[in-house]
Write a protein that binds this ligand. Structure first.
Ligand SMILES: Cc1ncc(COP(=O)(O)O)c(C=O)c1O
Length: 249
């Protein structure tokens, strides 16, 4: 469980389930900008997840696909760092698809933290086998681009600026969207959209409402109510708000 029937983060449900996972199992966590819901954990909630993971001896696999899209490059790493600093074994998958715009180059990395050198050597040889059996040689050009950028102070500064622009745009759209719903008295009902982070949002719209938005207003989202916030534009916010008001009333 992660989101409840009222479209809120179900942290208690999540924690209660984590507490029942058998020792040694792998547990997949999203570092930030949760896909599909947009609901992220607070610092306090990360702390409680850490405690359960540690107590039960679980192995966290942290999926870090949107670093820089939530609250900042550093801020978004909070949960990842907490796990890395406090546990003997952690797996982290980091993607450059979004934050470097390299979706088609398959660029990212798997970071493994092991208890000691012997464990690390074991892990490394297992990874080598898996890589060999899966893809043998990874695509090289995407990572060459990332290295070029991160190795240059100027390019890296440029990249951080552009990433900030993208993040500010999405977070600005989230706030403006809720504002655009104010005239219809719907800003409270959709206030969570401004609180969520990343590209995606569980809007809370029902499948029937989503169908009407598509059929009557040519506005598209997944029938679960999941919308791509980055697909909005300031020019069309009033139109989208008006359409939502028409289908929810
Ligand atoms: C949470 C999450 N992890 C991983 C991915 C995929 O990352 P990559 O393109 O590096 O395979 C996505 C989306 O594409 C995602 O939303």
């Amino acid at each position: 469980p992660y989101v409840d029937a009222e479209n809120r983060l179900d942290f208690d449900g999540m924690l209660a389930t984590l507490e029942q996972i058998p020792q040694g199992d792998v547990v997949l966590l999203h570092a930030c900008c949760h896909n599909p819901s947009g609901f992220d954990l607070s610092k306090e909630q990360w702390q409680r997840v850490l405690e359960v993971v540690r107590e039960r001896g679980l192995l966290p696999l942290v999926d870090f696909a949107y670093q820089g899209f939530g609250d900042g490059l550093e801020e978004d790493a909070y949960g990842v760092r907490l796990m890395a600093e406090n546990l003997d074994e952690v797996l982290i998958t980091s993607s450059c698809s979004k934050n470097f715009g390299l979706y088609r180059e398959r660029t990212g990395c798997l970071i493994a933290i092991a208890k000691d050198q012997q464990q690390m050597e074991n892990v490394r040889s297992q990874f080598a086998i898996v890589a060999r059996e899966n893809y043998s040689n990874p695509p090289a050009h995407g990572s060459a681009i990332v290295v070029e950028i991160l190795d240059s102070a100027d390019l890296a500064a440029n990249w951080r600026e552009e990433l900030t622009e993208m993040r500010d745009r999405i977070n600005g759209l989230r706030r403006d969207f809720v504002d655009a719903l104010k005239p219809y008295g719907l800003d409270q009902q959709f206030a969570h959209i401004a609180e969520q982070r990343g590209m995606f949002s569980y809007t809370g719209l029902t499948p029937e409402q989503v169908d009407r938005l598509r059929d009557e207003y040519a506005i598209y989202m997944v029938r679960s109510g999941r919308a791509n916030v980055a697909g909005l534009a300031s020019e069309n916010l009033p139109y989208v708000a008006k359409a939502i008001a028409a289908v929810v009333k």
